[in-house]
Design a protein around this ligand. Structure first.
Ligand SMILES: [Zn+2]
Length: 254
């Protein structure tokens, strides 16, 4: 089948489904200008990820300074990014009453900005849009902390208890949020269609969510520029720009 026929098949599958689980990764947001951390030329080409392991961040002031420097460098892009056509297509799926949930590996808040209901968005790798005190749990708006850094603070600390502050993203070596993972697997077991968007499905345990959906009887669509380990299990695979393909696929329900 050519791409056109694959898109029509995908549109038909979306039309036939009532409980769609969207699983999104970095490839969904690159078209909104957000760099993929792991791709060539991405953040981990420029910085050594071992410098930013959770254990180092909590034990070493110098590591915290390096972490905030790296993290702040990308904050402006993240803060100002706008949802692209693929994010808006997911909003169309919700408006049609077909969205069970969005499980996202992204920390960029673009599903929120696209207008999807917050209670349907499960950010399994956390969010870059808030910062928490690792000691007392006080939560801060990210921009408020970034203002302090722009004013010259190298390592910000908690106003209440002077504890270590960290953006609410899951760092290397940091445990995945148990409650969110459980919820994601619950939705995977309930959906009748799982759509993977812009994820190469190599980061575990996140990648096991679509595979769980298939095991529980769901159909699977994968839209990603490159092949994934789950391609052989999918009912439909499109190696194409996510926004181009998905935008067309939701036309019949829009
Ligand atoms: Zn605190």
């Amino acid at each position: 089948m050519n791409v056109e026929e694959l898109i029509l098949k995908g549109a038909q599958m979306i039309k036939e489904s009532q409980k769609i689980l969207v699983f999104s990764g970095a490839g969904l947001s690159t078209e909104s200008g957000i760099p993929d951390f792991r791709s060539p030329g991405g953040i981990w080409d420029k910085y050594d990820p071992s410098e930013f392991y959770f254990q180092r961040i909590i034990s070493d002031e110098k590591a915290r300074e390096a972490y905030w420097k790296m993290s702040s460098e990308y904050w402006g892009v993240m803060r100002d990014a706008r949802p692209n056509k693929a994010h808006l297509a997911i909003k169309t799926i919700e408006d049609a009453g077909k969205l069970l949930a969005i499980v996202t590996q992204n920390i960029d808040h673009l599903h929120h900005k696209a207008g999807n209901s917050p209670e349907k968005i499960i950010e399994i790798h956390g969010t870059a849009f808030s910062v928490s005190c690792l000691n007392c749990g006080k939560r801060y708006d990210r921009e408020e902390i970034e203002k302090r850094i722009r004013d010259g603070v190298k390592v910000p600390y908690c106003d209440v208890c002077s504890g270590i502050l960290k953006p609410d993203t899951i760092s290397f070596g940091q445990a995945m949020p148990q409650d969110k993972m459980e919820l994601a697997f619950k939705y995977a077991s309930e959906c009748d269609l799982c759509i993977v968007l812009g994820s190469s499905l190599v980061v575990y345990p996140a990648a096991s969510i679509p595979s769980h959906a298939v095991q529980c009887g769901s159909r699977l669509i994968i839209i990603n520029r490159t092949s994934t380990p789950l391609d052989p299990d999918a009912d439909l695979v499109i190696h194409e720009s996510v926004s181009k393909a998905l935008d067309r696929m939701v036309e019949p329900i829009g």
